[in-house]
Design a protein around this ligand. Structure first.
Ligand SMILES: *Cc1c(COP(=O)(O)O)cnc(C)c1O
Length: 407
């Protein structure tokens, strides 16, 4: 255990502090939230400059021991200064946090790593989760690498590519009739009934702990500065909560005196939190309401916390259409050099909307999270929008003819 001191269980009766006993996670039910706290101070932050240790660089602020067993390299993803994209978007202070560079191509790998690390140290063999796709894919491959058993509950409309990758990792997969919410309910009940370790995001506090390392990395990579704003895609809200907690902890450690504004991005046809932010009740979205499966969550598990975090940061919410997401995928590829899946490109689409709405200013330092890789979602590439492919025989004259016309 690092310098982890206590955790709070927040439920309808108030806030309770518990001693250092991580096993007590099992006592928490749906109505409760846990937040870990540490003996905050500058000593908890690494002194040396940016290293290749990935997310374990921030071990003193993670609830795990120094003896890391998890075999895959997680975290330490690039913070890209996108030369061309900055010009295209008119945002000279734009940075991309490229979370596509993770073992299974999404930010879910951070949470999986910390949870499986915990499982390996505590003799836990079977870990279960519900997922729109990326959590399951991450758990399936991570568990395979550790020799652990992954039991996965996915909605019926899960993407085939993601499903096949999970199968290749030999996970036990339940395809649940109904949407993601039905899969979450069933997986919670199954974990309780069969004594499996529940990885479900929002219920397991380790997911938040792992995801906060993104904030630490952004601060580190910007030369120990916090940006003006961070743009984050929001499904269950844990990615956003993690970012917020990370920057809060940097402040508690004395590393910064302010936190960035957090802009949450939702999908046009699945925007419960943007709706709540504006005081509207949004009808429940059906599964498949957006191509961005990673943020297709109509009842966000950490919704209340996400609203609180955005409000405390002075940020806001925006919604983007599938069309805007597809344009952002194209823009990220053509001007950013990064291939993203729909939920992974949603924050860039959201940044453009936020700029148009005045939620961010042109000259600000802005970090956009690119949370998931396009290698998993080839169906959302639209090559017809790009240049034609020139079919030639192996003859230089044919290349010359094309060159004279087009290059
Ligand atoms: C899960 C996911 C998100 C949203 O994260 P939450 O923690 O559920 O809000 C965004 N993008 C991608 C690619 C994801 O897989």
């Amino acid at each position: 255990m690092g310098k982890f001191t206590s955790f709070r269980i927040i439920n309808k009766n108030g806030t309770f502090r518990f001693p250092d006993a991580i096993e007590q996670f099992d006592t928490v039910d749906e109505t409760e939230r846990i937040e870990l706290e540490y003996a905050y101070g500058p000593a908890l932050l690494p002194e040396d400059s940016w290293s290749g240790d990935g997310m374990w660089r921030y071990l003193a602020l993670l609830p795990t021991s120094h003896n890391i067993l998890y075999p895959l390299a997680v975290g330490g993803t690039p913070l890209v200064a996108p030369l061309q994209l900055r010009q295209h978007t008119g945002l000279p202070g734009l940075w991309l946090k490229d979370e596509t560079r993770s073992p299974t191509g999404s930010n879910k790998d951070r949470a999986t790593a910390l949870i499986l690390e915990h499982a390996l140290h505590h003799g836990i063999h079977t870990i279960s989760c519900a997922s729109t796709g990326n959590v399951a894919l991450s758990l399936a491959l991570g568990a395979a690498a550790c020799g652990l058993e992954a039991v996965i509950f996915v909605p019926a409309n899960v993407l085939d590519t993601k499903l096949h990758y999970m199968q290749m990792a030999n996970a036990t997969i339940f395809k649940v009739k109904g949407g993601y919410e039905a899969a979450v309910r069933l997986s919670r009940e199954a974990a309780r009934t069969f004594g499996w370790y529940d990885r479900n995001t929002g219920y397991n506090p380790l997911t938040l702990e792992a995801k906060k390392t993104v904030a630490f990395e952004i601060w580190d990579q910007l030369g120990r500065l916090v940006p003006d704003a961070v743009v984050v895609p929001v499904g269950d809200g844990v990615t956003l909560n993690g970012i917020a907690k990370g920057f809060r902890e940097l402040m508690l450690c004395g590393a910064t005196t302010r936190v960035p504004r957090i802009i949450g991005v939702q999908a046009e046809h699945c925007q419960p939190l943007k709706g709540a932010w504006e005081g509207k009740t949004i009808p429940l979205a059906h599964s498949g309401a957006t191509i961005a499966d990673g943020i297709a969550v109509s009842v966000p598990i950490n919704g209340a916390m996400a609203l609180r975090d955005v409000s405390e940061s002075g940020g806001g919410f925006v919604a983007v259409s599938d069309e805007e997401i597809l344009q952002a995928i194209t823009l990220l590829a053509a001007a950013g050099g990064i291939l993203a899946e729909p939920a992974g490109a949603a924050a860039l689409a959201g940044a453009r909307v936020a700029l148009a709405q005045g939620l961010i200013q042109e000259q600000e330092t802005l970090v956009v999270l690119v949370t998931g890789s396009g290698f998993k979602t080839p169906q959302y590439l639209h090559p017809q929008q790009y240049r034609p492919i020139y079919e030639v025989s192996a003859d230089i004259d044919e290349v010359k003819r094309v060159r004279l016309k087009h290059i």
